[in-house]
Write a protein that binds this ligand. Structure first.
Ligand SMILES: Cc1cc2nc3c(=O)[nH]c(=O)nc-3n(C[C@H](O)[C@H](O)[C@H](O)COP(=O)(O)O)c2cc1C
Length: 169
């Protein structure tokens, strides 16, 4: 799948089959995550790979609107580490670029995935900290829920000319 095809056909997938995701694929996704752009190449991130179904299901139960974790094969937690910042304040953009890179790479590999928001939702962050033992100085930013897709959503054309301003507003 080429890059544009991946961009235009990616959708948030929240239902997964029982088929496991291989270690090689998870490793590929981590490599993709770590090659994402970041301010001053500061890479202020850490990752937690969660394959334990009990843990995934516990988080799915405890966080409202996170039922997709009940059938996820893998949860890839993206964390921010402000102590790694060279330019203060950019860790959110950096972790966002990283999370989108994971979503696109997962889709290109035939997996279904969805960005589960953690930061800045205090309650979800608290649950993930408790379930995964995240230290206080590390910020649980987003959990990418993924697995082999058990739903297929079509790509959408969302181009909206009213949001485009040319040369000046
Ligand atoms: C910052 C961010 C947070 C999101 N959080 C959640 C979430 O907590 N739960 C969820 O089901 N989807 C979440 N999504 C996925 C969006 O709902 C989804 O991208 C949007 O509805 C567009 O659908 P699409 O991804 O299929 O194109 C999030 C997406 C982004 C970018």
């Amino acid at each position: 799948m080429d890059t544009l095809q991946a961009i235009f056909t990616r959708r948030s997938i929240r239902k997964y089959t029982e088929e496991p995701v291989t270690q090689d694929t998870v490793h590929l996704l981590l490599r993709a995550a770590m090659v994402a752009p970041s301010a001053a190449d500061q890479r202020p991130w850490h990752f937690v790979v969660v394959r334990n179904r009990d843990k995934l299901q516990a988080m799915g139960r405890r966080m409202e609107g996170c039922e997709m974790l009940q059938t996820a094969a893998v949860g890839l937690l993206v964390c921010g580490d402000e102590s790694l910042e060279k330019i203060k304040g950019f860790w959110v953009q950096d972790c966002s670029a990283c999370t989108l890179t994971i979503l696109l790479a997962a889709h290109a590999r035939g997996l279904g995935a969805v960005w589960v928001a953690l930061y800045p939702l205090e309650e979800r962050m608290r649950v993930v900290r408790e379930e995964l033992g995240i230290p206080d100085n590390i910020i649980p930013f987003a959990l990418v829920s993924m697995g082999h897709p058990d739903e297929h959503l079509p790509g959408e054309d969302r181009f909206d000319a009213s949001r485009v301003h040319r040369e000046h507003w």
